[in-house]
Design a protein around this ligand. Sequence first.
Ligand code: E4P
Length: 183
Amino acid sequence: MKLFVDTANIAAIEDLVPLGIVDGVTTNPSLLAKEDEDPSETLKRICELVRGPVSAEVIATDAEGMIREGRQLAAIDEHIAVKVPFGRAGVRACGTLARENIRVNVTLVFSPTQALLAAKVGATFVSPFVGRLDDIATSGMELVGQVVEIYDNYEFATEVLVASTRSPMHIVEAARMGADICT
Ligand code: E4P
């Protein structure tokens, strides 16, 4: 199982990279806003440090805006995976960006049907938000199990990126279920 770090903090990434366990990075607009630097500079720096996928999220809420922003984010570095939120606009944007060979991480996934649609439009990664589901008394890990099963049934290449993890037990359970990545 691959391990990504969910941060935009350069010092934290520099601290972990020498351990040889960091396969990629996930950021989001709130994480980037915590840093002093311009977000594109931070993303460029992260891509230099970690030679694996680095998720960078769009802020637009309409499909055209997501596509425009996605292209700009992808131009920062070849390691960028554009993060789009699940929804009608996100699904449309994912399909368009994927056809342009831009890697897309469909995020804020809370159900197996959402994960299925994301895979159908060519998402490279799908991010079920386990902690946020647990927060509303719904099992986040049960969702991960369902998504892994569905993707296996149809041999989708989309990787299951377990996000919003809150404890080491989430990581253990994700590994036992065969999820591709934990962040
Ligand atoms: C992952 O891509 C997200 O940035 C992150 O896991 C969100 O988690 P949260 O629920 O802790 O905000």
